[in-house]
Design a protein around this ligand. Structure first.
Ligand code: NAD
Length: 350
């Protein structure tokens, strides 16, 4: 049994292995939560794989997109479960990207004080990040992940083949979290990821990236210390994502994180933590891979306001994780407003 399996995370090439855990769990009902895309592209694969095992599903579907990660969607899912008399021995399979695993895990964690759920991530971002580590929650009052709990999935099954139908933009969104894992812990992994040029990231790289996330969260499940390293790129990134939530075209999570990583790497340079050569390498690679929209200077204050709401802040200071090198991060760093503005100015006015 490898490290991931010991932590109930399985990278699989055959979906039928899920039947073992389902049958062993003796669940009274099994629900599958999807969005309209994972319902169309991923659910048939799961159903085909389980057809011989007498596993019967009830279906829950929500519209695709971050807007479904909200309290009204939770209420309608809890209503459906209640109307069906779903009991505490119910299992929820969260079949989708990070939106579905965050939402489904939150719904399962609170329904009747908690029912079992398995995460079956279908996006790259879900596979290497969102489906691992027990953070689940929803957006609220315009803020990302404002309401949530820590609750681990009983099982997480990573089936890289789901990526065949994943749109290119979603692939690159997931790659951003893989870059982050490499930048905070492993320069060799960063070098390997830099070679990936198309949707064909290998199952091995996915497994390595998931293992980086899993090893960090296993050692610090409640984010008291080292888990904060995973927030690299997310202080600025979440603010950018929240900012674009209010625009016509939301920005995919990973794109916002990629922008956030450039800014936070720039802040690392301003604080003499990271050298300019490594900063340039990060900026050049990420700008080459992502087509970023611009943010006008007049809106920088709005981004700072979002950052002031960040859950990681303490004593009204904007707290972030910064880089000391490619492959090494330092937590609990204060970013001054003028340093943030300098990084945004550098990025958007270059
Ligand atoms: N809990 C955590 O630790 C954590 C970590 C990172 C991100 N997140 C959350 O994850 C969410 C972003 O996740 P995401 O990028 O996966 O977004 P998503 O779930 O919205 O998926 C992106 C798009 O891809 C589609 N899709 C997913 N899998 C597909 C497939 N196999 N084929 C075709 N289409 C597919 C979805 O329908 C959606 O339209 C955000 O809400 C973010 O806050 C959570």
């Amino acid at each position: 049994m490898n490290f991931l399996e010991k932590n109930n995370i399985h990278v699989i090439s055959d979906l039928s292995v899920i039947s073992n855990a389902i049958l062993e769990g003796k669940y009274s009902q099994i629900y599958v939560l999807t969005d309209e895309n994972t319902n169309k592209y991923c659910l048939p694969l799961l159903q085909d794989a389980l057809v011989d095992y007498e596993v019967y599903f009830f279906f829950l579907e929500v519209p695709a997109g971050e807007a479904s990660k909200d309290i009204s969607t939770c209420a309608s899912l809890w209503e459906s479960l209640s109307e069906d008399n779903a009991d505490r021995k119910t299992l929820l399979l969260n079949l989708g990207g990070g939106m579905i695993t965050d939402l489904g895990a939150f719904v399962a964690s609170l329904y009747k004080r908690g029912i079992a759920f398995y995460n079956i991530p279908t996006s790259l971002l879900g596979m290497v990040d969102a489906a691992i580590g027990g953070k689940c929650g929803i957006d609220f009052a315009g803020f990302k992940n404002q309401i949530g709990v820590f609750q681990n999935a009983q099982k997480t099954y990573i089936f890289p083949k789901f990526m065949e139908t994943l749109p290119e933009v979603e692939f690159w969104s997931g790659m951003a979290e893989m870059y982050k894992h490499a930048l905070i812990t492993d320069s060799a992994h960063w070098a390997a990821l830099k070679m990936v040029d198309s949707k064909e990231v290998t199952a091995q790289l996915i497994e390595e990236s998931s293992a980086i996330k899993a090893s960090i969260v296993v050692n610090d499940p409640l984010e008291k210390g080292d888990r904060k390293k995973l927030n690299f790129g997310h202080t600025v990134g979440h603010a950018i994502e929240s900012y674009f939530l209010k625009k016509e075209k939301p920005m995919p999570h990973g794109y916002a994180v990629a922008l956030g990583m450039i800014c936070e790497a720039h802040i690392s340079v301003q604080k003499n933590l990271l050298n300019l050569v490594e900063y340039d390498e990060i900026e050049e690679h990420l700008k080459d891979k992502y087509d970023f929209p611009t943010i006008p200077e007049k809106d920088f204050h709005a981004l700072i306001e979002y950052m002031k709401q960040d859950k990681k802040n303490e004593q009204n200071k904007i707290n972030c994780t910064l880089l000391t090198a490619i492959g090494s991060a330092v937590i609990n760093q204060t970013a001054e407003e003028k340093q943030i503005v300098a990084s945004l100015t550098y990025l958007f006015n270059e």
